[in-house]
Unconditional design. Sequence first.
Length: 108
Amino acid sequence: MQPQDQLTNNYGGQQNLPNATTSLVLGIISIVAAFIGIVLGIIGIILANRDRKLYKSSPELYTASSYGTSNAGRICSLIGIALSVVYILGAIAMGFYFVMVAREQAYR
């Protein structure tokens, strides 16, 4: 039996999307990891979009559950990017605030 035959025999001829779990893991980590979340989220979105294209081109080859996992990874990555942007903007705002307070204290 060829390795390709083994892959297509799983799940009645369907296999999991190759990056579904990876995009989900990266999406979850991007939510938790504040400052590197942007990078991880972007990578997660890229992987999820590749899987989405694969699934749309031939849905009969891939399981619907792996497509759902890939979509969940994409959504988590988007949320992680948004939270990271908020964290970074908050850190910048706090930095400006502390500089202003320090300057005010220096003039007293």
